[in-house]
Design a protein around this ligand. Structure first.
Ligand SMILES: NC(=O)c1ccc[n+]([C@@H]2O[C@H](COP(=O)([O-])OP(=O)(O)OC[C@H]3O[C@@H](n4cnc5c(N)ncnc54)[C@H](OP(=O)(O)O)[C@@H]3O)[C@@H](O)[C@H]2O)c1
Ligand SMILES: O=C(O)[C@H](O)[C@@H](O)[C@H](O)[C@H](O)COP(=O)(O)O
Length: 483
């Protein structure tokens, strides 16, 4: 264990916040030959890390922020891995007071991107570089290679990029880390990543529920289906771990573990942030929104308990061909997943335009191919789609995805029809299908909405055959005037 701080042992980077993520990233950095200064508010975590893993590389133990900052090579690079929100502000303030012009502070937590925009602007005034870096992959990714989404000044990426790229996951020799864009862009992109993660998990949950309630399969049988799917176009980390979770037997009861876990899903907030930001940007992220609401509904335990026994109707015929229905579910999952990703990429495009970030969707597909929670074979297809046409109006319109949906459409409809008739909730499957149908519709009932708005509020409407805004004199002779 290295505890002394002297000039010959200055660290290339410091990590403060040594809980699950920080400790594993510090180890990842050290394992890649970087000397890492360690700091945590409570010293016990620092000592535990050194005690258990001090031999994995070169660490510098520090107790105070002053010692920590003094242990770093200039320009100093500090990675903050603490709780998002006020704790991050408190740590930034402490660090900024001890650091010098040109030093770089990296926030690797799940920060709200508007906080990152504010922090970057305020630290810039103090001569410090601030990099808001989304990091995905959980504990295992942090240690063995996460996907890293750093925003902030391009200049700071020059000093930081090689180091971050060295610890990121690699796919086909390409690191899952790239400079995303200015200020809050890295955290914005990480937020949308998490939103897509929510949608993906909800869709998998709906597929699981259909297997249980429409086909009467056991968790172990469903695990086998997911394992098989993981060898095809649905191959992904989330499908893989779904099989693992479903296979798990509870040691205490002998029941499948999934049956003894309380069915109320929690959420730390990134999914909710994605939906709030999408509402402000005016982007329909229906798959993500349904996933966030589904978690909220699952947590409404009192209401749910009171509602048990409500009528489900009489249409209760189960699918007669289990093999066909299993195939249908796999296609409904694939098609709905395409919609969720298309919507997430739409939100990224809208955020990029709003904040002038100049984000490149193909780059994101590239760095999400490995390390992160939504990593999937599918991401290669998304990368190809944006390589072919960086200006795609929607991912759904890329030839590969268009064809995939065409091949899935009847299965997708059968799944939603069956679920609706059996009373099995599939909000994400159904809303994704509704989104797809609305997107491809030549005419939408929005024309009627406009008429209603004009009727009660003189809000005006556009005509299909002339330029300008119009208003009908609804309370008068109902003639039309140009507004
Ligand atoms: N867990 C994941 O899978 C995951 C994945 C990606 C990103 N993230 C993000 O990464 C960050 C770290 O996550 P985590 O799960 O490792 O840890 P966490 O539970 O979110 O945070 C614990 C760490 O924050 C420190 N901390 C809390 N309040 C503080 C304060 N006021 N001042 C200074 N330090 C404070 C704690 O120090 P003490 O030890 O002294 O309490 C501890 O080191 C979070 O922003 C999280 O959202 C997490
Ligand atoms: O990319 C990741 O590594 C995960 O998304 C990570 O960020 C974390 O596990 C989520 O924040 C959990 O989110 P919920 O608690 O909201 O499900």
């Amino acid at each position: 264990m290295t505890s002394a701080v002297n000039s010959s042992e200055l660290a290339q980077i410091g990590v403060t916040g040594l809980a699950v993520m920080g400790s594993n990233i510090a180890r990842n950095l050290a394992r890649h030959g970087h000397t890492v200064a360690l700091h945590n508010r409570s010293i016990a975590k620092t000592d535990a890390l050194l005690e258990e893993h001090g031999s994995e590389g070169k660490f510098v133990r520090t107790e105070t922020i002053e010692e920590f900052v003094a242990a770093l090579q200039k320009p100093r690079r500090v990675l903050i891995m603490v709780k998002a929100g006020d704790p991050t502000d408190a740590v930034i303030e402490e660090l900024a007071s001890a650091m010098e012009e040109g030093d770089i502070i990296i926030d690797g937590g799940n920060a709200l991107y508007t906080d990152t925009i504010r922090r970057e602007a305020s630290l810039k005034e103090r001569g410090l570089h601030f990099v808001g870096a989304g990091i995905s992959g959980g504990e295992e990714g942090a240690l063995n290679g996460p996907s890293i989404m750093p925003g902030g000044p391009a200049e700071s990426y020059k000093a930081l990029g090689p180091l971050l790229e060295s610890i990121a996951a690699q796919v086909d020799g390409t690191p899952c880390c790239t400079h995303i864009g200015p200020d809050g862009s890295g955290h914005f992109v990480k937020m949308v990543h998490n939103g897509i993660e929510y949608a993906d998990m909800q869709l998998i949950g709906e597929a699981y529920n259909l297997f249980r309630d429409a086909l009467d399969l056991t968790p172990a049988q469903i695990a086998d289906v997911f394992t098989e799917w993981n060898n095809g176009d649905l191959e992904s980390y989330l499908v893989e771990i779904t099989a693992e979770v479903l296979k798990q037997v509870d040691a205490k009861t002998g029941q499948p573990l999934v049956d003894v876990i309380v069915d109320a899903a929690e959420q730390k907030g990134t999914g909710r942030w994605t939906v709030k930001a999408a509402l402000d940007l005016g982007v329909p992220v229906t798959g993500i929104a349904e996933a966030v609401f589904a978690r909220a509904l699952s947590g409404s335990r009192t209401q749910r308990k009171a509602a048990v026994g409500l009528a489900s109707g009489t249409l209760s015929e189960k699918p007669s061909d289990a093999e066909q229905f299993t195939h249908d579910i796999s296609r409904a999952l694939y098609a709905s997943k395409i919609v969720a990703y298309a919507q997430g990429f739409d939100q990224i495009a809208a955020g990029s335009a709003e904040y002038d970030w100049n984000l490149h969707p193909g780059d994101l597909a590239t760095i999400w191919r490995g390390g992160c929670i939504i990593r999937a074979r599918f991401l290669d297809r998304i990368k190809d789609a944006y390589d072919d046409n960086a200006e795609l109006p929607s991912l759904i319109l890329a030839p590969y995805f268009r064809e995939a949906i065409e091949n899935a459409i009847d299965s997708w409809r059968r799944v939603v029809i069956t679920a609706a008739s059996l009373g099995i909730p599939v909000p994400a499957f159904a809303s994704s299908l509704a989104y797809y149908d609305a997107l491809r519709a030549e005419r939408l009932p929005a024309a009627l909405t406009q008429g209603q708005r004009d009727f009660f509020g003189a809000h005006t409407y556009e005509r299909t055959d002339s330029e300008g805004k119009f208003h009908t004199l609804w309370s008068g002779d109902r003639s039309e005037v140009q507004a």
